[in-house]
Design a protein around this ligand. Structure first.
Ligand code: ASP
Length: 581
């Protein structure tokens, strides 16, 4: 028998028991008379004790053990003389009578401790060792718990988990597809799904009514901290529903997860229209853990001959509470921040609301005390506050101010990882103008339904048509999104036309879906959550990498197995692909 207990299990109540444990050597300390070895498994760490009076071969074996050796020990549970209240087994130790080395270990390339000396690259190359570390393992345990609770909730609501294919034809969701050559169909390719979108809609046509799947999706995009080429969605669809039904159902799921996994009562999730989100936060995924809403200033800023404001479409600012004491250096740093090419602003105008009530701005030449008072009123500022103002074309300056708002809030410690502020953003525009291709693109995807009351604008003002589309945002992260779908063949075909598809192209790519709509498609809608992002928020992490067992690096590589890799010429030939010279 390899073990009677795990390494996280024994307590004072087990004193005197003869037990067998198996695990990895975490560390060993030789204190002359005594040798202590910590043995670790998934469940915890238990201290093993050997002393000088022990059988000499046993003692010698213990002294020989290296880090990460796999051992099996048998011994008696005794009370520790110096207790460790930091670990669950800290009141006991095992007086070992038998020690077997099940496998030796090479010296690990980094220390397997909570705080490791291993950098990112080495940890990824030896990910199986990294996964032995508590913080990484705990993230995966959290992920497991969340998946279980998701299934429990959705099963309780009558959702059926259905698997959809991984080798499919591309669905346009805005990203590039990963493609797979077909040996049996020379010159033809499958695409890996960016999401199971069309399949879940077809399941609604089939009458499945409530579908979900915890499913891998693939997008060949440039990577960032919150993106991986393959990621996991909680993909859901419902028939005979309106937007309200979906928001309620998945607000329920979100609350259930927070309650069962984190013990947090989320309360009712507020809603905000896309237009308001852009106006008040300059973002369709506002971080609402703190206020600092935008204040529009055209009324009080224009008409005073300050050229920057005169020429701007929009003058807009935020009130950084209690920041009037910011030094020149801090303000310069904020200006440099917004001038970085990624943000591209020209600068910041600021005004300090001094303790004596006076207001002093960086553009005093143009604004007298009365006008500055009007600024203060617009911002509801109080003595001690700092007003940060930017100007430019409306959409651009809003996005720039959003970056500044997040930066300032970060500096002020307002983005606390243990505070959770969810928000539904609703009423997204249906279409989005794309400069590069000089045409409209679907903002969500081409299957999203326009709001019935806006359909008449499709011809005249396509950019003004709102969609029955919604996102769930938590702490400024988009964790989910979806829409009510089109279920009418003619409307879907009209939509493809507006998106620049010729009737032939639409037929070729989506003929199957439009045909399905002619066989009694019910009204339906759904959404998908990003599981990786949701878990990383629960774990308080900025990156999704550490909630994924075997993630890819920023170049989309798995450095452990060394993928992607070239394939043999014979394999290429079989796939009728060019052999590289
Ligand atoms: N398929 C969509 C996505 O991946 C989600 C949805 O509309 O249900 O974003």
């Amino acid at each position: 028998m390899h073990r009677t207990h795990t390494c996280g299990e024994l307590r004072l109540s087990d004193l005197g028991k003869t037990v067998t444990l198996s695990g990895w050597v975490q560390k060993s300390r030789d204190l002359g008379g005594m040798t202590f070895i910590d043995v670790r498994d998934r469940y915890g760490v238990t201290q093993l004790a050997f002393n000088v009076d022990d059988d000499q071969t046993l003692r010698a074996k213990a002294l020989d053990l290296g880090r990460e050796y796999v051992i099996k020990v048998t011994g008696t549970v005794i009370e520790r003389s110096s207790k460790n209240n930091k670990i669950a087994t800290g009141e006991i130790e095992i007086k070992v009578s038998e020690l077997d080395i099940l496998n030796a270990s090479a010296l690990p390339p980094f220390t397997i401790e909570d705080e490791t000396d291993g950098g990112d690259d080495i940890r990824m190359k030896f990910r199986y060792l990294d996964l032995r570390r508590n913080p990484v393992r705990e993230n995966l345990i959290l992920r497991h718990k969340m998946s279980q609770e998701i299934r429990r909730y959705l099963d309780g609501e009558n959702f059926l988990e259905v698997e959809t294919p991984v080798l499919i034809k591309s669905t346009p969701e805005g990203a590039r597809d990963f493609v797979v050559p077909s040996r049996m169909n020379p010159g033809e390719f499958y695409a890996l799904p960016q999401s199971p979108q069309t399949f879940k809609q077809l399941l609604m046509v089939s009458g499945f009514d409530r579908y979900f799947q915890i499913v891998k999706c693939f997008r060949d995009e440039d990577l960032r901290a919150d993106r991986q080429p393959e990621f996991t969605q909680i993909d859901c669809e419902m028939a005979f529903v309106e937007q309200e039904d979906i928001l309620n159902m998945f607000e329920g799921l979100t609350k259930h997860l927070f309650k069962t996994v984190k013990g947090v009562d989320l309360g009712e999730v507020p809603r905000m229209t896309y237009d308001d989100a852009m106006r008040l936060y300059g973002s369709d995924k506002p971080d609402t853990r703190f206020g600092m809403q935008f204040v529009e200033l055209n009324d009080v800023a224009k008409g005073h001959d300050f050229p920057v404001f005169e020429q701007a479409e929009l003058v807009i600012g935020i009130n950084a509470k209690n920041c009037a004491s910011y030094t020149r250096k801090q303000l310069d740093a904020l200006t440099d921040f917004v001038k970085r090419p990624q943000i591209g602003a020209t600068g910041i105008v600021y005004a300090r609301h001094n303790e004596d009530g006076s207001i002093k701005s960086s553009v005093d030449k143009f604004y007298d005390a009365t006008t500055l008072d009007a600024w203060s009123k617009a911002f509801h500022s109080e003595p001690g506050d700092l007003l940060l103002i930017m100007a430019g074309p409306t959409d651009k300056v809003r996005k720039q101010l959003n970056e500044l708002r997040l930066e300032v809030a970060g500096q002020l410690g307002l983005r606390d990882k243990n505070t959770f502020s969810p928000l539904w953003v609703i009423d997204f525009p249906l279409l989005e103008w794309d400069e590069e291709s000089a045409r409209y693109h679907a903002m969500h995807h081409p299957f999203t339904s326009p709001k019935p009351e806006d359909i008449h604008l499709l011809e005249s003002n396509p950019g003004d048509v709102r969609a029955n589309a919604y996102d769930l945002v938590i702490n400024g992260v988009e964790v989910g999104g979806g829409s009510i779908r089109i279920h009418d063949r003619d409307l879907q075909s009209n939509m493809f036309k507006h998106l620049g598809f010729s009737p032939e192209e639409a037929q070729k790519q989506f003929g199957f879906l439009m045909e399905a709509f002619t066989y009694g498609a019910p009204p339906h809608g759904g959404l998908a959550f990003g599981l990786d992002r949701l878990v990383s928020i629960f774990a308080g992490l900025d990156s999704i990498r550490d909630v994924i067992a075997f993630p890819k690096n920023n170049s989309g590589r798995d450095v452990m197995i060394d993928a992607p890799s070239s394939i043999a010429p014979a394999q290429l030939k079989e796939l009728t692909l060019e052999v590289k010279a």
